[in-house]
Design a binder for this molecule. Structure first.
Ligand SMILES: Nc1ncnc2c1ncn2[C@@H]1O[C@H](COP(=O)(O)OP(=O)(O)OP(=O)(O)O)[C@@H](O)[C@H]1O
Length: 247
């Protein structure tokens, strides 16, 4: 199976000299096309840094990242933006919604920016499925944090890009909505062949993924296929005791 996202010997060091922090330490990993992977690990283990480097939002100090077979090394900001617009969707903790646009306008914005015409029926369906069918004309300031997160998720699903990167996508949601959103992400990968890379602290969220990769101190230390909440929680407890960062 081809990798939709391939990291090769990726390191990221913040700062220089004695106070520098090695957030990623020689990570080599391929996220295969059509798979849903959860990235887990203790606080400070490098999960968000991995996601940002994998998505081309941050550049590694060394090593290479390939998205849909294209190396990001040497791409200028314009080329990177175009590559991301075409192939990548994001669901991040800070929802990055446009405050002046309605729910529906926010959901279709990436498509419009990429010069594509939205599939209206599909857009309506994803807005319904995230539970915002009665909020389409609202603006982000008129929504709760959880509802704003659902707009961000609908936006990622509507775009039907090859890859979605999600950082704690269910962190702000109540349990029922979180499970609905996780099911949507899983369906998206199974039915649409989308590659999903999701950072989460939650073993239940991770159990919706096909695989879990565990980071400790900037390195991938283990992987698990067909995770269950119990197996993930047990593995995390074991890893936390190995981390330099976590108490
Ligand atoms: N911009 C930055 N400048 C300096 N150090 C940073 C920066 N961003 C992250 N770090 C450091 O890099 C390491 C990894 O951070 P990262 O945010 O990737 O961890 P994480 O696993 O996502 O943590 P959490 O679970 O707490 O969100 C941490 O030690 C963090 O303090």
């Amino acid at each position: 199976m081809n990798a939709a996202v391939q990291l090769t010997e990726v390191s990221k060091v913040y700062g220089t000299g004695p106070g520098s922090v090695t957030a990623l330490d020689g990570v080599t990993h391929g996220f295969a096309e059509g798979t849903f992977t959860a990235v887990m690990g203790p606080s400070g283990s490098g999960k968000s840094t991995l996601l940002h480097c994998a998505a081309g939002l941050d550049s590694p100090t060394s090593g290479d990242v390939q998205l849909v077979g294209r190396s990001l090394r040497g791409l200028n900001e314009t080329a990177l933006t175009e590559l991301r617009r075409e192939h990548v969707a994001f669901v991040f903790q800070s929802f990055n919604l446009m405050p002046t646009l309605t729910v529906r306008q926010n959901v279709v914005l990436p498509l419009t920016l990429a010069g594509k015409s939205p599939d209206r029926a599909w857009v309506s369906e994803v807005i319904q499925r995230v539970g915002l069918g009665d909020r389409v004309r609202h603006r982000p300031s008129e929504l709760s944090g959880g509802q704003q997160q659902r707009v961000a998720i609908a936006r990622a699903l509507a775009a039907r890009t090859a890859i979605t990167f999600a950082d704690e996508p269910t962190g702000a949601l109540d349990t029922a909505t979180a499970l609905e959103v996780l099911s949507l992400l899983r369906d998206q990968s199974r039915a649409q062949g989308q590659t999903i890379v999701m950072v989460t602290h939650d073993p239940v969220a991770a159990s919706y993924a096909d695989r879990v990769v565990f980071l400790v101190d900037g390195r991938i230390v283990s992987e698990a296929a067909r995770p269950t909440p119990e197996s993930v929680a047990a593995q995390l407890a074991q890893l936390s005791s190995r981390s330099k960062v976590s108490p």
